[in-house]
Design a protein around this ligand. Structure first.
Ligand code: SF4
Length: 421
């Protein structure tokens, strides 16, 4: 979501004749930080970034936007950090109006629940081959640990299908070969406008051109048969899903306010792998949720083995302000959380390697994103990173997988190339 919204700001600034320079270049006049607040660690990194800029370039102006600013804070915190302007999530859409030739206007405004306007990008500057399309914002789920829902709004706001199609067509014209469909609660797309994600995907897939579609992240309970069928049957949609399960323990899931059980997850993955035994599933798992016992943690470890994830993003629970989980007792001590996250990372690596070994000898389609020292890099349809020996940057290449590395796989270009059209 933030990546998409950063692209949007870049596009608007360039259209207004500002020069956008790489974030590694410390000589900017104005910095715009599009922040995250999903965990305490994410917030710490925001503060660290601001301090770094202030130290390296004291005369620059700093604008802070994103979820960090949506959490109510004392204005003295921003002053101490050295932020010149604080903007909410909604203001990203009109970033240019906060700038002038002298720097920035000092206007503080925040996101409003009634703001249902939507944005569109025409190109993706940061990524040459892949492009994000945000189709939905807002979330009406009730996860007890989540602060983001209250920062981005609890009402589902979907972009009309015809607008998504127009945006997708523009991005395909600009030679983006992978469209990543994204939203805060993507599975709820369309509930407010009388449609759904399956119908949207069906329409996007009908656009002419050599491209593929990937979903950014989808909650397990939203994967109904209509959606599963279109994902499995439509060749343009990647056989990869990022399903954030959060825990493998049904009792922990209940306390988290997640609307599914471990058994439901087993059934769901079984359906996907019945159609494609290599169907790739990546996930997010939070450890150390209040009250998480050794037994419950073990249930998560066991489920990770059973679901054979191709990648797990494991992280520690952190208390977010104003959430129900922050009020829960039976807190898990920091050292236990640290041990569990390390254990889960190591276990997940073994599980992912086992998954990748099943791919050895198979032919997959890599979208080449770069080349370094003669090694071509990119992701295939299963979202596995490849190091391969040829191809054209920004284009697809069929490869045969040779071996597994810690990060991904090594492959070679297949002799016979078959078009994706
Ligand atoms: S699904 Fe849960 S974690 Fe995700 S945004 Fe909604 S409430 Fe937050």
């Amino acid at each position: 979501m933030n990546q998409y919204e950063s692209e949007l700001m870049i596009e608007m600034l360039e259209n207004a004749d500002y020069i956008v320079i790489p974030e590694t270049d410390i000589n900017a006049d104005i910095y715009i930080i599009n922040s995250c607040a999903v965990t305490g660690e994410a917030e710490r990194k925001v503060r660290q970034t601001i301090r770094h800029i202030r130290k390296e370039n004291p005369d620059s102006k700093i604008i802070l936007t994103g979820c960090y600013t949506q959490i109510p804070r004392e204005s003295s915190e921003y002053e101490t950090l050295g932020v010149d302007l604080v903007l909410g999530n909604s203001e990203k859409k009109s970033i240019v109006k906060f700038l002038n030739e002298n720097g920035i206007y000092s206007k503080i405004d925040y996101w409003r629940e009634d703001d249902i306007s939507y944005e569109m990008v025409k190109d993706s500057i940061a990524e040459r081959s892949r492009a994000f399309i945000k189709v939905e914002d807002g979330c009406n789920n009730g996860c007890t640990y989540c602060v983001i829902r209250s920062l981005r709004g609890t009402r589902i706001r979907s972009k009309p299908i015809e607008v998504v199609i127009k945006e997708a067509e523009q991005l395909i014209t600009k030679k983006h070969k992978e469209l990543v469909i994204t939203g805060l609660n993507l599975g709820k797309y369309g509930k407010d406008i009388g449609t759904n994600l399956a119908k949207l995907l069906n329409e996007v897939s009908k656009i002419n051109g050599d491209f593929r579609i990937r979903l950014s992240s989808i909650n397990p309970e939203d994967l109904d048969d209509e959606l599963i069928n279109i994902i499995l049957e439509n060749d343009k949609i990647c056989n990869h899903l990022h399903i954030p399960i959060q825990s493998g323990s049904t009792s922990v899931l209940k306390r988290m306010g997640r609307n599914y059980t471990a058994d439901y997850l087993l059934g769901l993955v079984e359906k996907l792998r019945a159609a494609d035994p290599l169907f790739s599933i990546t996930t997010d798992i939070m450890v150390g949720f209040p009250g998480e016992s050794e037994q419950e943690f073990q249930e998560t470890i066991d489920l990770v083995s059973k679901l054979e994830f191709s990648k797990v993003h494991a992280f520690r629970f952190s208390e977010r302000p104003g959430t129900r989980a922050a009020q829960m007792d039976r807190k898990v001590p920091g050292n236990v959380k640290k041990d569990r996250v390390e254990m889960l990372i190591s276990h997940s690596q073994n599980v992912a390697n086992a998954y990748k070994r099943k791919l050895v000898g198979k032919t997959t389609t890599v979208l080449v994103e770069g080349v370094m020292n003669g090694i071509y890099i990119g992701y295939d349809e299963y979202y596995i990173p490849h190091e391969t020996n040829g191809g054209i940057i920004g284009d697809f290449v069929k490869t045969v997988i040779l071996s597994v590395t810690a990060e991904g796989v090594v492959s070679k270009v297949a002799k016979k190339q078959v078009s994706n059209d």
